[in-house]
Structure formats: C-alpha cells, structure tokens
Design a protein around this ligand. Structure first.
Ligand code: IPE
Ligand code: IPE
Ligand code: MG
Length: 239
C-alpha cells in the first residue's frame, strides 16, 4: 500500500449536512426549536476548529429547498435564527476575515435578509484564507435547473456552442462556481442520504456518516472525521 502525501490527508473542502437538531431536542423533552438554537451555536465551534485545522472551505447545509414544507412555526423560528446568526455570528466571522458566500434561492427570504446576504458577500469577497459557504433554501436539483437555463440562454444568444458544453461550462453556471469540489461530506444524525445536497459537486467526494446529532458534534468528532478521510484511499475511477 502506498502512503499518501501529508497534504492529501487533509480535506481542502468539507461539506456538512447538519442534521438531527429536532431529535436532539425531542430526546431531551424540549421543543424542536431548542435543537435549532443549539445547532446554530455549534456552527461557531465547528467553523473555528475547521479553520484551526487548516481546512480552506466549509459548506454548511443549513436549510434545504424542501425545508420550507415544515410547519409554519418551525420555519419562522428558523428564519429568526438565521437573521440573528447573520447579524451576530457572521459579523464575528467578518472580523476574522472569513470569506462568506450563500448558495440557494435567496429570493425566498425576506428583503432585509437578502440585502444582508448580498452585503456580507460583497464585504468579504477579497478574503481568501478561509471560505464559508452557507446553503440556505438550497436544493441541488434547483441549482442544476438554474444552471441548465443559464447555459440554454447562452446557446440561444450564441454566446456558447452546444458542442462546447463541458464540465467546466456546467461548473461555471452553478451557484458553487469558483469553489473547488468538496472532498469530504459529513452527515450527522445517522441518516445516510444526501437530501438534495450538492449532487454534481460531490460526485467523487468521500462520504462520512455519524450517528451523533448535530448539536453534539464537537471538535473531537470533526477530528475523527478528518482522520477517517486521511485513511481513505481516494480513487477517481482510474487504477
Ligand atoms: C437539521 O435538523 C436542521 C434543519 C433541517 C433545518 P432537523 O430539524 O432535520 O432535525 P431532525 O432530523 O428532525 O432530528
Ligand atoms: C437535510 O436534512 C437538510 C439540512 C440538514 C439542512 P433534512 O432533515 O431536511 O433531510 P431529510 O428530510 O431527513 O432527508
Ligand atoms: Mg433532519
């Protein structure tokens, strides 16, 4: 067996499906929304640690395009939490020169939140040590549909020839353009599915599932996931 070079052992981009907030709360006899609050607090801890470990990109699945179907009250609490998170925690990240981007359909959020998202992206666009991508109202299929429409428009406008459509053209049309593909996907809470997260971008990512609920997933658990990644034999189809 060949040993991997050191820098190959560390993922460059970790994408996390932060699942299990509701069950975490329910098992404690608390309302589900308490789980969301605890989950939001955990984001700070995990981002700090990922940065310390030298990870360059972290994408966090915070709210899916399907999550709008949840009870109105739960959606309202989540929106309030995102608003608070963007005001307080994101401001802290900005101070630490963290680049922040949002993927997902932001037009579904109230105007003030959309403005804040645009502002944060603009203000942090030049930072390049550590990049956090927040997936809010995100669905990979919706993102791919939007990309297909963009490419189709370019073909109609004769900006692009059908014969020139390739992986790079598709990458450029997705909301994740400019961001390297994730090499490690972590899903907490024991579910072993992707729930419409990234899809195209994670075609060759290593998948790591843990039964731990997101609010309990701590720095040590992230280290364990990173170590597991380091032991994987990454293959991309070739021998
Ligand atoms: C993840 O936790 C957070 C969001 C999807 C917003 P859940 O709310 O899905 O928690 P479970 O899966 O019901 O425990
Ligand atoms: C996926 O979790 C979305 C987020 C963690 C934001 P869900 O709890 O919504 O996914 P399903 O319904 O279990 O597939
Ligand atoms: Mg869930």
């Amino acid at each position: 067996m060949t040993t991997k070079p050191e820098d190959d052992k560390l993922p460059k981009h970790i994408a996390i499906i932060m699942d299990g907030n509701g069950r975490w709360a329910t098992e404690k006899g608390l309302p589900r929304t308490e789980g969301h609050k605890a989950g939001a607090e955990n984001v700070r801890v995990i981002l700090e640690h990922a940065k310390e470990r030298g990870i360059k990109y972290v994408t966090l699945y915070a709210f899916s395009s399907e999550n709008w179907k949840r009870p109105k009250e739960e959606v309202k609490v989540l929106l309030d939490l995102f608003r608070k998170y963007m005001k307080e925690d994101v401001a802290e990240l900005q101070k630490k020169k963290v680049r922040i981007s949002f993927i997902g359909d932001r037009t579904r959020f109230p105007e003030d939140m959309q403005e804040r998202m645009n502002e944060v992206e603009r203000e942090t666009a030049d930072y390049n040590d550590f990049h956090v991508i927040l997936a809010l109202s995100y669905g990979a299929r919706d993102d791919m549909i939007a990309a297909i429409k963009r490419i189709a428009m370019d073909v109609m406008d004769r900006q692009c020839m059908i014969s020139n459509i390739n992986e790079q053209v598709v990458n450029d049309a997705l909301s994740t353009h400019g961001i390297p593909y994730p090499d490690l996907v972590i899903r907490t809470s024991g579910e072993q599915r992707l729930s419409n997260f990234l899809l195209w971008e994670i075609a060759y990512a290593e998948l790591y599932f843990t039964p731990i609920y997101w609010p309990d997933f701590n720095e040590q658990d992230l280290d364990i996931a990173i170590e597991a990644f380091g032991r994987r034999n990454r293959r991309f189809g070739a021998v």
